[in-house]
Design a protein around this ligand. Structure first.
Ligand code: FMN
Length: 184
């Protein structure tokens, strides 16, 4: 089967789904689901969120230079996805869809109480890749939280039951753990 570019994007999946929370200078909180998200550096730990044009996530993040990635688990996934709705600024997606704010540890932007794992970031740069319809919000990861731990200090992904995004309304649950030998 041959795939056009847009369909071939499906192959770059499944990806974690996160609910990105950000706060404006006025203290308004925004929450929206994202899946074009990933790590990009280890030392220092950094990540990116790829955001389409004109979204509040980008605007709020530019204002206060902070954002939180709240990893979406099965138990609150439907509410998290509903936060895609574009509400007027100042109306809280979290409140509207039955979710709650929780104080973050490193940043003023709140975390989501229902999220079992969070990653708190400081915006370091916004990059506009040539020809792209998205911008990359680059974040330095200041720290995170995870309610479930295995083998002394590792996040227990089995218990997190992460919701993975494929495309559109297609999702998967994160799969089983397998062990492979590495060459280093
Ligand atoms: C599962 C899922 C993943 C999404 N991933 C992205 C993404 O990676 N980048 C993006 O720009 N929009 C993404 N969206 C769409 C945004 O959530 C949507 O445009 C939202 O209204 C943006 O809200 P904001 O303007 O408050 O930031 C996704 C939507 C869903 C449901």
């Amino acid at each position: 089967m041959e795939l056009g570019g847009e369909k071939a994007l499906w192959l770059l999946s499944p990806r974690i789904t996160v609910l990105v929370t950000a706060i404006s200078k006025k203290g308004q909180v925004n929450a929206a689901p994202y899946s074009f998200v990933g790590p990009l550096s280890i030392v220092p730990p950094m990540c990116y969120v790829s955001s389409g044009k004109g979204k509040d996530t980008e605007a709020f993040t530019r204002e206060t230079k902070e954002f939180v990635l709240n990893l979406v688990s099965v138990d609150f996934a439907q509410a998290a996805i509903a936060c895609e709705a574009r509400l007027p600024r100042g109306e809280s997606e979290l409140e509207k869809f039955g979710l709650h704010e929780k104080k973050s540890k490193f940043v003023k932007a709140p975390s989501v109480k229902e999220a079992h794992a969070t990653v708190e970031c400081k915006l370091t740069e916004v990059i506009k890749p040539k020809g792209s319809d998205h911008v990359l919000l680059i974040g330095k990861i200041l720290g995170g939280t995870c309610e479930f731990e295995r083998d002394g200090g590792k996040p227990d992904l089995d218990r997190l039951e992460l919701v993975m995004h494929v495309a559109g309304a297609h999702f998967r649950k994160a799969g089983e753990r397998i062990t492979l030998e590495r060459n280093k």
